[in-house]
Design a protein around this ligand. Structure first.
Ligand code: NDP
Length: 323
């Protein structure tokens, strides 16, 4: 039997399921690790918006070893990383000892990253990398000025801060937890710590043009003010809605400053973009620093940890050891 965190209409529980429950098709993976993201918090606490078919095994990320494959790209024994691609939405996910994985969007474990650290980075890390790549590919350079990161103590924010700092950018980190997490953010490489309250009031459509780019995982008024404070030609990568799904902004920064609002979708990013993102994670993340910000839990702790994540009681990354 296979231990798995299963989301049903009646609730979410750690269960034992048989191989048949995993469904037909795909390649068979012995899951070694998964990790906890905001979406996992929603799924394992039974909130709406992530799981779209039930019953379903939660967990948007899978890191594991291929056990059986009928796909020429994959052989038994290969390490595979699959983030998103419908897992925990319409396909069974990674909070299980085994997965039948649809391999189209899977990448090989990147050189220089252990399976454990690939899972510690997980969707949050890979999304942060997509967001940073977008800002840089639109032309931002370290000499242009600071890049703003919102939700900075969270998964996406923490890894974005690390990646930007290691690429030589000055990072202004916005957080609602200045008192308790100032040292943490400096350790990640942030040079300025900005209280979230400075971004929560409704502001003018155009404010002082301060930031060369933005990685936002919060949305709402925070995102609107971030856009209004972006330099001419700068790019704002919109990744998340930890604060709000609203966007109470005007078009002024777009039409008068040429600011670009770039949407980041990690779930269905192309294989090429995934490979690029994992390449910069392998280069730009200090493994020891990653270990320092990672808390490891087991499958039977996932549901409680998901509730804590939604309550804002966790920071950094939470690795789920499956095997
Ligand atoms: P985390 O919970 O780890 O981090 C979110 C951070 O946002 C918190 O640490 C906190 O940072 C801040 N925050 C929390 N609640 C609020 C609030 N009410 N108002 C303002 N800020 C708040 O989540 P992740 O980093 O995993 O994900 C962040 C967001 O990005 C989520 O909305 C998630 O769904 C989205 N996401 C999107 C992806 C995509 O493909 N586009 C992929 C991955 C995530 P602090 O205390 O420092 O202010």
């Amino acid at each position: 039997m296979i231990k798995a965190v299963v989301v049903r209409e009646s609730g979410v529980a750690l269960e034992e399921v048989d191989e048949e429950f995993l469904g037909d098709g795909g390649i068979v993976v012995d899951v070694a690790y998964s990790d906890l993201n905001y979406k996992d918090g929603l799924a394992v606490t039974g909130r709406p918006g992530v799981v779209r078919t039930m019953p379903l095994i939660a967990g948007i990320d899978v890191v594991g070893k291929v056990a059986e494959s009928n796909d020429p790209r994959w052989s038994p024994g290969d390490w595979l990383v699959l983030n998103g691609a419908g897992q925990s939405e319409t396909r069974h996910g990674g909070f299980a000892q085994r997965a039948h994985v649809e391999p189209t969007y899977a990448v090989a474990l990147p050189d220089g990253i252990s399976p454990e650290r690939a899972a510690a980075l997980g969707t949050a890390g890979y999304t942060a990398a997509l967001a940073v790549l977008r800002i840089v590919s639109e032309g931002a350079k370290p000499e242009d000025g600071p890049v703003l990161v919102t939700g900075a103590t969270g998964g996406v924010g923490s890894i974005a801060t690390m990646l930007l700092a290691s690429a030589g950018f000055e990072v202004a980190a916005v957080t609602g937890r200045v008192e308790s997490h100032e040292d943490y953010l400096h350790t990640l490489g942030a040079t300025q710590i900005v209280p979230r309250s400075e971004f929560e009031e409704k502001g003018r459509p155009l404010q002082k043009a301060t930031y060369a780019g933005v990685v936002d995982s919060v949305g709402g008024q925070v995102l609107a003010n971030a856009i209004a404070r972006t330099q001419p030609g700068g790019t704002v990568s919109a990744c998340g809605l930890a604060g709000s799904a609203a966007l109470p902004a005007t078009v002024m920064p777009f039409i008068l400053r040429g600011v670009t609002l770039a949407g980041i979708d990690s779930v269905w990013a192309s294989l090429e973009d995934r490979a690029d993102a994992w390449r910069i994670l392998a280069r730009g993340v200090d493994p020891e620093l990653l270990d320092d910000i990672t808390t490891t839990i087991t499958l039977d702790q996932v549901i409680d940890a998901g509730a804590q994540l939604l309550d804002g009681k966790l920071h950094g990354r939470t690795l789920v050891r499956i095997a």
